[in-house]
Write a protein that binds this ligand. Structure first.
Ligand code: NOJ
Length: 742
């Protein structure tokens, strides 16, 4: 190691230790700030800007281009953070480059898209949301964090908190669906899981709330497209999940690719400073999405590198992902007096603070343990948790005559369709370091579950091709079987980033394959693999049973077999509406009533000539293998003041023969207000697991915050008057009561 570098490390350490020891009982934040400032005071302008620069390694590629010189950048201090690099050996190698070659030896922070698991892959996020099980979702993120941190990672680009009501948008798969309350609770659960006992613990990774803001509402569902949205919709529906994740302690935020009402998010002072910092008090750092600073030129708000960089830093963006624009432009902008060095210092402080919190200044290699990597990654417990999450995420959409669960004594089962043995597809998109060759397909899961049955497998067709030559073999297989399990859906790459579809029906000739199999008259269970709602009206009409498996992760096939053969009673509920036709989009449950609500007998009401208004499956919907009976709704008082709360309770009895989980959903509606309110809005939910004959009670407390909304003048609060409370097993609720706010 160079002598000069040793001297500087020495200085840093002395400063750190002196400050820690001279405080009697140091205030943690001030202590941290002093440490940060002690390092900052030693840094040159170029070194500071290096800390504000994030580059990808070439280990994985998650964007349009890779900068080949990233190793040189690390060695010269021109990059303070690296993403798409994982594994103890590799992160150690890159960390050594930074620590041993740069003047101050400031450690790198390693980020990665650990979205639904790191090596053990859990169901895709939209699927996990269908579990409505916050504990399980937190646990899934916890395991992802444990595996990622054991492989040298410090930072995940998750949770994705973008509400989406447009299934054409491929990235709907990465979020928690359409509902603001459910998505906010899930965002919190994910942050708790990722950040665990707190940053600094060896098992935790820093969460990054993305894509801020409103990325999930691109025009016409086309990825990266503009977002045009009222302030009301932004604040009521799209901002709350980001805010919830930050309230839970997420330390970083990623800007979104889109423009919002003409201003690209990365250049938006309104989003990055006024709302994020001034209103919400966020103190962590903001990173752009991939090359977003460069893209300000394509948006047409910046003419060159200098202008794009100035707009971004002035908006409040601390770290440049992959554009390399800060590196090129900021030194000149500061020296020419166009950007104040204080803005740079503020950004660098925020970044160094996170590095200190991670403990990297004490030991840059503390996340590089071969032992942890060997023992913690893809452990049997992790795989079991992934299997359990996949079971909880599946949604039973139809089950005519209780065809499911299937008997384990069936002699012959035909497992047909392009998704039956689709190993790569099981783990979905954004599958991090997941090894798809280890994933269990439906076919394998079924073979393991009923090893004594004869299983005939035929693919029939590919997912998106037009060749029907395989139909004959598939039909022959069906004819020989007692039951057909028909595995249909999308390939993994059909949802995710840059994967929008204008037609959200079954791709290729899969419907034609289904039609042929249906003609055999055999009982058919469709298992659907998808990352988005699909329009599957024909299947709904003709198949006896439909089980939505999503992209269920490494253990998906085993989990779905558990459901098919009755070892698990499905309990998933849709976190997003399945439209009956793509022309209905956006179709979400919390619409406003309009001045001409639907009336079949009146032409001049809000409807289509050619398709119904109703979705195919509504938000919150899902079936199971047992039945539940619901009591009337009871409220302990019919009026309340602002300071009061009302207790709402309902009894649910398992009236069937199998233990099952019911999700009790509570919605409210304000029928007369200063602004038209949604016909219902989810405000609470809870899950009851009941044995046959058992009765459970769901109790909720409604307070004035639950009744608050952005009023006509955009102030947030309540309005006096009546509110409807509705409780039931889906957004087609079954019981309601009225309360008055006095
Ligand atoms: C682009 C994606 O939009 C974002 O979600 C991801 O975190 C980055 N690339 C880094 O891979």
């Amino acid at each position: 190691m160079k002598r000069s570098k040793l001297v500087f490390i020495g200085i840093v350490m002395v400063l750190i230790l002196t400050q820690a020891c001279t405080q009697n009982k140091p205030n943690a934040t001030n202590d941290l700030d002093r440490k940060v400032d002690s390092v900052l005071s030693l840094m040159t302008l170029e070194e500071k800007i290096g800390q504000m620069t994030l580059f990808t390694s070439d280990m994985d590629q998650t964007g349009a281009f890779i900068r080949k010189e990233y190793e040189e950048d690390i060695k010269s201090g021109r990059a303070g953070a690296i993403f798409n690099a994982y594994g103890v050996a590799y992160t150690r190698k890159l960390q050594e480059m930074a620590v041993n070659n740069t003047r101050l030896g400031i450690p790198l922070i390693f980020g990665y898209d650990v979205i639904h698991g790191h090596r053990t892959i859990f169901p895709v996020p939209l699927a996990e949301a269908a579990s409505w099980d916050l504990t399980a979702i937190e646990e899934a993120a916890r395991i992802a964090a444990i595996e990622a941190s054991a492989e040298g990672l410090h930072w995940t680009f998750a949770p994705m908190c973008d509400i989406s009501r447009d299934p054409r948008w491929g990235r709907i798969v990465e979020g928690a669906g359409e509902d603001v309350y459910l998505a906010s609770e899930i965002a919190r659960a994910r942050v708790r899981g990722f950040q665990g006992e707190g940053i600094g613990s060896l098992n935790s990774v820093v969460a990054c709330v993305k894509h801020y803001a409103a990325y999930g509402a691109p025009q016409a569902g086309r990825d990266y497209h503009s977002v045009d949205m009222s302030e009301r919709t932004l604040r009521e529906t799209f901002l709350p999940p980001y805010k919830a994740a930050l309230d839970e302690g997420a330390l970083t935020v990623m800007t979104s690719f889109n423009d919002l009402n003409g201003i690209p998010a990365t250049a938006s002072k309104y989003l990055m400073t006024e709302i994020l910092r001034d209103e919400w008090g966020f103190e962590g750092f903001v990173v752009t999405d991939y090359t977003s600073i460069m893209e300000l030129m394509f948006h047409g708000v910046a003419g060159d590198t200098l202008e794009a960089s100035r707009l971004s830093i002035e908006a409040g963006v601390d770290m440049d992902m992959q554009a390399g624009f800060y590196q090129k432009a900021l030194p000149q902008l500061v020296r020419n007096g166009k950007v104040s060095e204080e803005l740079i210092n503020t950004a660098v402080r925020r970044i160094l603070k996170v590095k200190f919190m991670l403990g990297l200044f004490e030991d840059p290699f503390r996340f590089c343990s071969e032992e942890r990597e060997k023992t913690l990654v893809m452990s049997a417990d992790n795989l079991e948790a992934a299997r359990d999450m996949a079971r909880k995420s599946a949604v039973l959409l139809k089950n005519e005559n209780n065809l499911l669960p299937l008997s384990k004594d069936l002699k012959t089962i035909a497992v047909i369709g392009p998704m039956a043995d689709a190993q790569r597809d099981m783990i979905g998109s954004w599958s991090a370091a997941g090894d798809w060759t280890k994933s269990i397909t439906l076919l394998t899961g079924i073979r393991e579950a009923v090893s004594q049955s004869r299983i005939i497998h035929a693919m029939g067709c590919t997912t998106d091709g037009t060749d029907m030559k395989g139909f004959k073999e598939a039909v022959d297989a069906a004819r020989q079987a007692d039951v057909v399990v028909l595995a249909l859906g999308e390939n993994y790459w059909m949802s995710g980033e840059a994967a929008s579809r204008a037609d959200i029906g079954l791709p290729g000739v899969q419907q034609e394959l289904a039609d042929e199999i249906l003609k055999t008259g055999k009982p058919i269970v469709v298992v659907l693999f998808t990352g988005r709602p699909l329009t599957i009206n024909k299947l709904q009409q003709h198949a006896q049973s439909i089980l939505l498996g999503w992209f269920p992760g490494t253990m998906g096939g085993s989990a779905l077999a558990d459901i098919l053969f009755g070892d698990f009673n499905p309990s998933g509920r849709l976190p997003v509406t399945f439209p009956a036709h793509v022309g209905q989009v956006p179709n979400h449950y919390d619409m406003r009533n309009t001045g001409r609500p639907f009336d079949a007998n009146n032409k001049y009401t809000s409807k289509y000539l050619d398709v119904p208004n109703e979705p195919l499956y509504e938000f919150g919907f899902g079936l199971g293998y047992t039945t539940f009976e619901w009591s009337e709704l009871s409220v302990n008082q019919t009026s309340m003041s602002e300071q009061d709360s009302v207790k709402v309770s309902i009894q649910v009895t398992n009236s069937g023969l199998m233990t099952g989980t019911e999700t009790v959903q509570l919605y409210i509606h304000d029928p007369v207000a200063s602004v038209a309110r949604p016909v219902k809005q989810l405000k609470k939910f809870m899950q009851l697991t009941l044995e046959p004959g058992q009765t459970g009670v769901a109790e909720f407390y409604i307070n004035s915050l639950d009744l608050s909304f952005f009023r006509a003048d955009m102030s947030f609060g309540t309005e006096k008057g009546n509110y409807m409370i509705m409780v039931g097993p889906s957004s087609n609720t079954i019981r309601s009561a009225k309360i008055e706010l006095i």
